[in-house]
Design a protein around this ligand. Structure first.
Ligand SMILES: C[S@@+](CC[C@H](N)C(=O)[O-])C[C@H]1O[C@@H](n2cnc3c(N)ncnc32)[C@H](O)[C@@H]1O
Length: 270
């Protein structure tokens, strides 16, 4: 028994963000818990087997893709009650489209202790792969993480066209098969067909692909590339490839004329 509560004999469930794919992109803490866990339940459709291979050789390892919520939670509850440490490993960061709330609610009802270890979300892996900054000084200072409406309806006021009216950077999860709809929604919000869009398929996986396109070409580009899933769509002016070649946008933080607590005068500090 690892880390079980000594007085109650109760184990614990750890929701761990596995990161976007590359097994080295889990946090140090997440990896430590994974390596110590008695039981590992992981999203086998999206989490790398190479990461799960780092679990203890004698750990009980279960893929959750073919299980229902009730079956998953039944395992988590039973093993924690048996005093086990359970690693429930989710792709990216568990808090973004992670379907962890429903598991936590059931654990709460059953009185099972749990904790969350954050992970690197696909949005940041995609930005890194595309070599972009999602917030560009004085151009766009907001990133909206969302999806276009598919089978899951969007709440009132959160239709993509409503969100896009802000003109900020958009990171679209779960939308690779809905690119026609993405185009229609962004056009309805007044976005021009020349708006830069980057689609990152399987960011950080060996077969990662990066498509640099525009709003007007988005559907065609994604279809031509045969991308149907596992892709992040980043859209907005921050994705303009010209920005990296321009010196027009720079942060005030590092401007020689801008002083702050860590740098009180020109040339002092970093
Ligand atoms: C159920 S959501 C999970 C998101 C995850 N919790 C996160 O923080 O990245 C799955 C969606 O995340 C995106 N995604 C996950 N991993 C990805 C990757 N490695 N590259 C690109 N997109 C990814 C895709 O949009 C996919 O449809």
């Amino acid at each position: 028994m690892t880390a079980a509560n000594a007085s109650s004999g109760m184990g614990k469930v750890w929701f761990i963000g596995a990161g976007p794919g590359d097994p080295d992109l889990i946090t140090v803490k997440g990896l430590r818990i994974l390596q110590e866990a008695d039981v590992v339940v992981y999203t086998d459709s999206l989490v790398s087997d190479a990461l799960i291979a780092r679990a203890r050789p004698d750990a009980e390892v279960l893929g959750s893709a073919g299980m229902t919520l009730e079956e998953i939670v039944a395992v988590l509850v039973a093993r924690a009650r048996a005093g086990k440490t359970v690693a429930r490993v989710h792709t990216g960061d568990p808090s973004v489209f992670g379907a962890v709330l429903e598991q936590m609610a059931m654990l709460e009802r059953e009185g099972i202790p749990y904790e969350i270890v954050p992970g690197v979300s696909a949005v940041f892996a995609a930005a890194a792969a595309a070599r972009v900054e999602l917030t560009v000084p004085e151009l766009c200072q907001t990133v909206i993480l969302t999806r276009v409406e598919g089978r899951t309806p969007m709440p009132e006021g959160e239709r993509l066209r409503d969100l896009a009216r802000h003109g900020c950077t958009l990171a679209l999860f779960l939308s690779a098969t809905l690119t026609k709809k993405v185009m229609a929604e962004l056009r309805a919000a007044g976005w021009g067909d020349d708006t830069p869009v980057v689609v990152v398929y399987k960011a950080t996986w060996p077969d990662e692909r990066i498509l640099r396109t525009t709003l007007g070409e988005l559907d065609e580009a994604v279809r031509r590339a045969g991308i149907r899933s596992h892709a992040m769509i980043l859209a907005g002016r921050a994705l303009d490839p010209e920005l990296a070649r321009s010196s027009a946008y720079r942060s005030r933080l590092y401007d020689p004329a801008f002083t702050h607590g860590y740098r009180t005068g020109r040339g002092e500090g970093a």
